[in-house]
Design a protein around this ligand. Structure first.
Ligand code: IMP
Ligand code: MG
Length: 184
């Protein structure tokens, strides 16, 4: 268990098991992803869509490393299926105000677990006739699920643990940690 005073001050006394990705490691990887994205989109309008709430810190760091014109908006999606039978649909609780048609769309997500939510979201957004539609995920747990959405940009392969920090939460706690930790 990691229980240094600096960690405990931030978590209210709850220890974390280990720091999986520290601040410097995250910053270097985010910069590399930003460079990749800048090079991958030589022309056209690029709209970066952050999936709330988990992507908010990653997105705000990522967009500042992209050296081309972009637009930024957000999505709030809700999927049915918490313990009940999934209806196989995803509903947008907040729909981007910006037009998607004819633009390159890059969906930014914090972590891919089964990828089911994103798979459905891709189908929904694909129906709005974007010029291209791709995913950038900070973390990929690589859990087997079919069909799996294609991830064009990935920050890190994630261990099969419950991760918190840098936007990721456990019951809304820990999102503000500047590093990514294994909670249990
Ligand atoms: P999926 O649809 O199964 O890929 O679920 C992905 C979503 O589950 C992410 O957007 C997160 O909100 C949440 N999630 C999955 N794994 C973790 C984790 O280790 N920590 C925090 N949230 C997670
Ligand atoms: Mg999420």
């Amino acid at each position: 268990m990691l229980s240094t005073p600096e960690v405990l001050r931030r978590t209210g006394g709850r220890p974390v098991k280990s720091i999986v990705f520290d601040e410097a490691t995250i910053a270097a990887r985010v910069q590399a992803l930003g460079d990749e994205i800048t090079q991958a989109y030589p022309d056209g309008q690029l709209l970066i869509l952050g999936l709330l709430k988990g992507s908010f810190i990653f997105l705000s760091d990522l967009v500042r490393t992209i050296e081309r014109p972009i637009q930024v908006d957000f999505l709030v999606a809700s999927s049915y299926g918490d313990g009940k039978v999934s209806s196989g649909t995803v509903r947008l609780l907040y729909d981007p105000e910006t037009e998607l048609e004819g633009k390159h769309i890059l969906l930014v997500e914090d972590i891919i677990d089964t990828g089911k939510t994103l798979q459905r979201l891709m189908a929904l957004l694909g129906g709005r006739r974007p010029k291209s539609l791709a995913i950038c995920a900070l973390l990929d747990k690589q859990l087997a699920s079919e069909p799996r959405p294609e991830l064009r940009f990935v920050g890190f392969r994630a261990p099969p643990a419950f991760l918190v920090g840098y936007g990721l939460d456990h019951a809304e706690d820990f999102r503000h940690l500047p590093f990514i930790a294994d909670l249990e």
